[in-house]
Design a protein around this ligand. Structure first.
Ligand code: HEC
Length: 420
């Protein structure tokens, strides 16, 4: 009798019993939080180091998940949400963080799978075309970065519009970033497997890519999806030229066979998506040199923009010593259109930020960027110890200050259009 009483007392004073009546279960609440915010990266082939698809996957790492969600480390999201709102925001609400904590305290009850809940909406759609590198690429063992071009024909029989595009690195450890371009001249196939340092590369400059920036993949970046009714045009028989940057490889026999997934619009897109890259030439206070031990701010400006545009999203890009990044458009009337603000840049988490609502940039506006860099020894992200002078370049140990915009030609009514 006494022991029963003890147990009873224990339960009634135990703070966890408050939620005993209606405990949060995996199937009741946790699964949908994980599926929405974690699964896009934590599933096979994606960037996360393990899958979070099942109850077992999640329960096995319960404490770890509780820790990274409480600290805000996961899901990674760097953009300031007061400055601008994005469609692909991945942020847990205070309530969701709390729910995970409660679930853990209660011993991670599984609950009942509700058959009415349609899990299929969480599943990935199947790509229309999956393109692979022709051959696995053997990444040389070397202490240098390796930049390679690959040539991948699409063999498309007709013009298509991309509604979504995704790059899946074959070697997640060494694929550092990549850029996809398109070519319709068919004069560039010999570039396949060539190093960016190869003198023969200059021969291809005669055939500038049709689309210099179809899509860029950087760590953390997921697929990009364009609003319904819009698409990025790919001409029939387009060849994709992909420029992959491999990080230095210290181990032998490391291969890469990366994959590109294309998803097409069902019918011809009503509106075409274009991309614009603001890069080195647009820096307004050159030379782009950050001396060893120095902190420095650079500005870029692009414009005046010749037509009214409706911007779908932006991809900011810097390397390791980048600290903050802010971009906005200034209109001729003196209004400011916020694009992106990141206060704690982290090379590891880069993203194409897709606006919740199309951002209209009127004709004659200028796009302005301000970015700070910290090349001191006190910056733990500094790739050089002791610090070295850093200039603009593609190597990870160099720096970049780029912004890519995906946009449409403005149409009346875009002001109220959301990205769906
Ligand atoms: C944008 C992609 C992305 C999203 C979204 C994401 N993760 Fe991750 N996660 C990663 C990558 C990549 C790593 C490995 C690199 C690292 O640990 O920094 C990782 C690491 C982790 C780790 C291990 C951390 C460590 O220190 O080793 C845990 C636990 C984790 N994620 C849980 C989650 C949970 C829970 C969510 C959702 C609430 C989530 N992740 C959302 C990409 C993602």
């Amino acid at each position: 009798m006494r022991s029963v009483l003890v147990i009873f007392t224990y339960f009634s004073i135990c703070p966890f019993t408050f939620s005993q009546e209606n405990p949060i279960t995996y199937y009741g609440k946790i699964e949908s939080i994980i599926f929405k915010n974690c699964m896009p990266c934590h599933s096979p082939g994606q960037s996360g180091p393990f899958s979070l698809l099942t109850f077992e996957d999640v329960a096995k790492r319960g404490d770890f998940i509780g820790h990274v969600t409480k600290s805000g480390y996961m899901p990674p999201w760097k953009a300031d949400r007061e400055f601008q709102q994005y469609k692909n925001e991945r942020v847990l609400t205070a309530d969701e963080i709390e729910a995970i904590q409660d679930w853990l305290k209660n011993g991670m009850p599984k609950g009942k799978k509700d058959k009415k809940v349609d899990q299929s909406k969480f599943r990935f759609e199947k790509p229309d075309v999956t393109l692979k590198m022709k051959n696995p690429y053997l990444i040389p063992t070397s202490n240098k970065d390796d930049y390679r071009f690959f040539h991948i024909p699409t063999n498309l029989r007709e013009d298509k519009y991309l509604s979504k595009i995704e790059f899946i690195p074959g070697n997640k450890r060494l694929v550092h970033h990549c850029r996809l371009m398109t070519d319709t001249t068919h004069m560039v196939h010999a570039i396949d497997g060539m190093s960016a340092d190869d003198p023969r590369i200059s021969a291809f400059e005669k055939y500038p890519p049709l689309d210099k920036f179809l899509y860029g993949w950087v760590p953390g970046n997921s697929a990009i999806e364009f609003p319904s009714g819009t698409g990025k045009k790919i001409h029939k028989d387009t060849d994709i030229i992909i420029n992959i940057h491999y990080a230095p490889n210290s181990r032998e026999s490391q291969y890469d066979k990366s994959v590109i997934n294309l998803y097409f619009t069902e019918k011809k897109a009503d509106r075409e998506v274009y991309s614009l890259a603001i890069a080195e030439d647009d820096i307004s206070n050159p030379p782009f040199l950050i001396s060893a031990g120095e902190k420095k701010t650079f500005y870029s400006s692009f414009g005046p923009i010749p037509i009214d545009i409706s911007v779908i999203g932006v991809l900011p890009h810097m390397h390791y010593i980048g600290k903050t990044f802010r971009a906005f458009a200034a209109t001729p009337e003196g209004d400011v259109i916020p694009l992106i603000k990141i206060d704690d840049w982290d090379f590891k988490w880069q993203e194409t930020y897709l606006f919740k609502k199309l951002q209209i940039i009127p004709k004659n506006s200028v796009i302005l960027i301000e970015a700070t860099f910290d090349n001191t020894a006190g910056n733990p992200a500094n790739p050089n110890s002791p610090p070295k002078d850093i200039t603009y370049g593609w190597n990870t140990t160099s720096e970049m200050l780029d912004l890519v915009l995906y946009y449409l030609e403005y149409q009346e009514g875009d002001e109220t259009k959301t990205h769906d």
